[in-house]
Design a protein around this ligand. Structure first.
Ligand code: ADP
Length: 163
């Protein structure tokens, strides 16, 4: 029974994240999406909102669960019996940071392996920051996020809502 965790802020979850979740699910028995409670950056959505949006987005997928964490990812992985950490790699720009994180995490716990997965090409330019900015200025985000998330963004930005 091989379990992996997929940690991140998911502010909000996008089709890029969902693509990675589905790929991880093909490879492992259980994928736990682990939402950072107190990320370094300030989030648009609260921890409960981010969890709710992910739960809604993966509700048809068995063997995919959602939880949250505060602290070190490797400690959380160990605590829930995960063998690895899933990270998505979009472009070269992700590589440097992800490489440092993976090496640091390995130093912290040799047994927890970081696994990088690439999304479909159509999601390589997609990130949550772009989605938030688009929504803030009334852009159409429905091809980037599930409908439930789209509606949550509408609630946050009245300008977008008027569209
Ligand atoms: P981001 O703001 O970059 O979406 P997250 O903390 O939510 O940041 O990302 C969590 C993980 O998901 C990271 O490994 C990140 O590289 C990956 N990820 C985010 N967006 C995508 C995408 N469009 N395709 C593949 N991986 C992604």
């Amino acid at each position: 029974m091989k379990k992996v965790i997929y940690p991140g802020m998911f502010d909000p979850v996008t089709y890029g994240h969902i693509d990675i979740i589905k790929r991880a699910r093909e490879l492992f028995d259980e994928v736990v999406i682990t939402v950072a409670k107190n990320p370094v950056k300030t989030c648009l959505f609260s921890i409960n909102e981010r969890i709710e949006m992910i739960r809604e987005s993966v509700k048809g997928l068995d063997r995919v669960n959602v939880d949250s964490f505060d602290g070190l990812v490797v400690e959380h992985a160990k605590a829930i019996g995960a063998v690895g950490i899933i990270r998505g790699l979009r472009a070269i720009s992700d590589f440097d940071y992800e490489f440092q994180m993976a090496l640091m995490n390995r130093k912290l716990d040799e047994k927890i392996t970081t696994i990088f997965l690439m999304p479909h090409e159509k999601y390589t330019y997609l990130n949550s920051t772009i989605v938030r900015h688009l929504a803030e200025f009334g852009g159409d985000v429905k091809c980037f996020v599930p409908e439930f998330v789209c509606n949550k963004l509408k609630d946050k930005f009245p300008l977008f809502y008027r569209k």
